[in-house]
Design a protein around this ligand. Structure first.
Ligand code: G6P
Length: 609
């Protein structure tokens, strides 16, 4: 949700900022822009569309400077346009890049209009740059002016700010939106995400909420929310610049689908000793917290919510732990009732999703004593705000459609099932079975990946379709939901998922030859029921595409296409059945020629409400 990068160095920062923007493009790609200060003047370039447009502009008409800020936008206030692209400038003196939403922007705008400020965009950001300029009218203290200005802002922001009157200082601050400082040798950078800066440094300072940093070429001063000068630790990132590159793959999404066996092995690595899950993997006080937990509440959004839905089936069915789950954006506003001793579990790839963060805060207000986050980004806000943390270790996920983050979330959730199940009704035998199923998972997924060509052929039937229905039962219903989400996200085909038993209560009316019905049909106790549901579709001339266990026999039927999935144990099967659905969506999108990694209107890290 908008990417920020900035820097101050002895060298020209423009190529570094440009590379940073490319690496941040997953956060938004409506427009991109950059500003540098050179000889006390602001030089700015902005372009509608992706970073490559800005790159072309910079090639045609280069700018350079030792200090600069840049931005890739995901439009909230004001349509994607060059005028609305960041950086925004006030009276050629102050320039700002912003991630987040300023909620009181209308009020500030009318005050500023009265004071004679002109607006050139429809963004909420422009009020920030005017506010800072205004404060600088009465002081020469750049940081002091930023402090005054941000005190007037309501909402969420991460900002990078330059002033022509202070050409040796980059000011950065954050509240509610992420921002890191990359520490180089004799140079500093800022970014929304470490991935942007990996080519120049692996050493990072994670700003905390309310921090304001004054960054000079050789000095850095950070003020906390109470205006105290604070020292924040420098942390070494384990990520390499290559981890966030596409390599030989045509798309990040495909690379990330293929990385799943490795990502899952990484997620399991070191978390078991002698085949026994070590509960301190969740945090040193995890055993005490789990001992005192009577129920679980899961809060998440998007794909992470689907992981939570699977976990609810697992926690109740396998471990007999009471579990509820809610979309974070609903939970946060409905004043819910929390059962005593509920452990609040948030699931998030980015750890920065605004609704999930707010839902966690709401749960705490409602009396939740303990929280656990399942997250893929160390040092993210959710990680910092949760008592217990279980990292998914999927590595950077760049494709907007989540793949390896989802399957590794499911793996970590299964670890939670084991840990909690020990206190409820998970038998030792079942624990041992789940453990061995988890370790067998990478091999099973390797086998499914070998079906890639078959799935590609299957996808040809979708390219001209406008709608698709996904069916599943039990733990495979959320997998059907995830399959439908993947298809709609990247191929723009309208797709819906239904629990197969609900078919007759409405969606059956939609069935005809133009509505493919994709069914997730593992060999489990619900199979016979599912077969009846498939008959209901077939009898009405519907086209079925069935992902089915290889051990099952099927009678030939021109309306039914079957893709046989390697045999897999029941409990872990939702993770395995996810993969062919990911590949299906991927190939349909490629055939349709959509932008697989950066589908229209979406962004990966949703740091606004
Ligand atoms: C966006 C992304 C999805 C993701 C969702 C939740 O919508 O495009 O892929 O599932 O946000 O994000 P989180 O980082 O909290 O998992």
């Amino acid at each position: 949700m908008c990417g920020i990068v900035g820097g101050i160095a002895q060298r020209n920062v423009v190529p570094i900022l440009l590379e940073g923007l490319k690496r941040l493009e997953y956060r938004g790609y409506d427009s991109a822009g950059m500003a540098v200060i050179h000889n006390h003047e602001i030089y700015r370039k902005r372009e509608l569309g992706k970073v490559k447009g800005l790159e072309a502009l910079l090639q045609a008409d280069p700018i350079s400077g030792h200090i600069g800020i840049a931005h890739t936008r995901w439009a909230t206030h004001g349509k994607p346009s060059t005028q609305n692209a960041h950086p925004h400038i006030c009276r050629n003196k102050v320039t700002v890049v912003h991630n987040g939403i300023i909620e009181n922007h209308e009020q500030l705008r009318s005050q500023q209009l009265e004071r004679g400020y002109e607006f050139t965009s429809q963004t909420d950001t422009e009020v920030i740059v005017h506010q800072i300029y205004d404060a600088l009218e009465s002081t020469n203290d750049f940081v002091g002016a930023v402090k005054q200005a941000v005190a007037k802002l309501e909402g969420a922001y991460a900002l990078g700010i330059l002033s022509t009157g202070h050409p040796d200082t980059l000011v950065a601050c954050r509240k509610g939106s992420p921002l890191v400082i990359g520490v180089g040798i004799g140079e500093y950078f800022i970014a929304s995400d470490v991935a942007a800066l990996l080519p120049v440094t692996q050493r990072f300072i994670f700003l905390e909420d309310g921090d304001i940093a004054a960054i000079g070429i050789n000095d850095l001063v950070i003020y906390d929310k109470d205006d105290n000068i604070v020292s924040r630790p420098i942390k070494d990132s384990q990520l390499t610049a290559e981890a966030a590159e596409k390599g030989e793959y045509r798309h990040y999404m495909l690379k990330e689908i293929y990385e799943q066996p490795f990502a899952i092995s990484q997620t399991l690595e070191g978390r078991f000793i002698n085949n026994r899950l070590q509960e301190n993997a969740f945090g040193f006080n995890a055993p005490d917290i789990f001992d005192n937990t009577k129920a679980i509440l899961i809060l998440a959004c998007g794909t992470s919510y689907h992981a939570g839905l699977v976990a609810r089936y697992w926690l109740e069915e396998l471990a007999r732990v009471p579990c509820s789950i809610e979309v974070a954006s609903e939970f946060r506003y409905r004043n819910p009732v929390l059962a005593p001793d509920t452990l609040v579990v948030t699931i998030s790839q980015s750890g920065e999703t605004a609704d999930t963060l707010a839902a966690l805060q709401e749960a705490k207000k409602l009396g939740a004593k303990h929280s656990l986050t399942i997250c893929n980004v160390p040092e993210s806000s959710l990680v910092r705000e949760s008592d217990l943390v279980l990292m998914t270790r999927a590595g950077p996920e760049i494709g907007v459609a989540s793949t390896k983050a989802f399957t590794t979330q499911l793996v970590t959730l299964m670890l939670l099932v084991i840990a909690m199940g020990r206190r409820f009704q998970l038998s030792d035998i079942m624990e041992a079975k789940l453990t061995s199923e988890l370790f067998a998972l990478p091999g099973k997924i390797e086998k499914v990946l070998r079906l890639d060509n078959e799935i590609k052929v299957l996808s040809e039937q979708f390219a001209d379709k406008e709608h698709a229905l996904f069916l599943g039962r039990g733990t495979h219903y959320p997998i059907a939901m995830e399959g439908a989400l993947k298809l709609k996200e990247i191929s723009y085909i309208h797709a819906e998922a239904y629990p197969a038993g609900e078919l007759k209560h409405g969606p059956l009316a939609l069935i005809d030859a133009d509505m493919p019905v994709i069914t997730v049909a593992p060999n489990n106790s619900l199979l016979e029921k599912l077969k009846s549901n498939m008959q209901e579709v077939s009898a009405r001339g519907g086209q079925l595409i069935v992902f089915m266990d290889e051990t099952l026999s099927s009678s030939p039927d021109s309306n039914v296409q079957i893709l046989k999935i390697p045999q897999v144990d029941n409990e872990i099967s939702p993770i395995v059945y996810t993969v062919p659905l990911q590949l299906l969506s991927y190939h349909v999108a490629v055939l349709k020629g959509t932008d697989v990694d950066q589908p229209r209107n979406l962004a990966k890290s949703v740091t606004v409400e």
